[in-house]
Design a binder for this molecule. Structure first.
Ligand SMILES: Cc1cc2nc3c(=O)[nH]c(=O)nc-3n(C[C@H](O)[C@H](O)[C@H](O)COP(=O)(O)O)c2cc1C
Length: 166
């Protein structure tokens, strides 16, 4: 990708882009060789297409977890309010991120976070270059709404969105 990049300090870019609130989603699967669970937190998970049903998110090229699960199915758990500890564990560099977490298995055997706000079972179909990230495009196999309110990431902080009472 050839870009005429203006000089924008990465820190300033982060500060301003951080004004855009995002959801907090755990993308998790299993290492094909060992069956060990692996995954990471992404704030970039979003819908891409209705027909066919596709989602997208971006992963840093430095991610150690995505290469472990990219070839198989994965499950995306949209975290709910109160799941700050899950976010901390899954965005860490711990060896076993799942050790202290409450999770179960999707139909394909991928780790799903219990008590999440929604679950989306997927299979990656494309990876596109995106600077220091890759843009993952994945097809949706099945999905289910969960509980509570979503966990939100805004300006470097985790918070909650409360739906107005109707
Ligand atoms: C709220 C939040 C959103 C994040 N969004 C992304 C993202 O969209 N893409 C990404 O690659 N990393 C994102 N991260 C960082 C990864 O979760 C973190 O770097 C993780 O430790 C990567 O671990 P790995 O080396 O095990 O893949 C986010 C972290 C947090 C806390």
């Amino acid at each position: 990708m050839t870009l005429s990049t203006p000089t924008i300090e990465p820190r300033y870019f982060r500060d301003v882009i951080g004004h855009l609130p995002t959801g907090v989603t755990v993308v998790a699967g299993r290492e094909p060789a060992t069956g060990a669970p692996a995954g990471l937190v992404v704030g970039t998970f979003q819908s891409l297409s209705l027909d066919p049903p596709l989602v997208t998110f971006s992963v840093a090229t430095s991610s150690s977890s995505w290469p472990k699960i990219r070839s198989g199915h994965f499950s995306a758990s949209v975290l709910a309010d109160g799941q700050h500890d899950v976010c901390r564990a899954m965005s860490s560099k711990q060896v076993d991120k799942f050790a202290q977490l409450d999770w179960s298995e999707s139909a394909e055997g991928c780790p799903q976070i219990n008590g999440a706000h929604a679950w989306i079972d997927c299979k990656a179909v494309h990876e596109l270059e995106g600077g220091d990230h890759v843009i993952v495009v994945a097809e949706v196999l099945r999905l289910e709404a969960g509980h509570g309110q979503p966990l939100i990431f805004h300006r470097g902080q985790l918070g909650t969105y409360h739906q107005p009472q109707s």
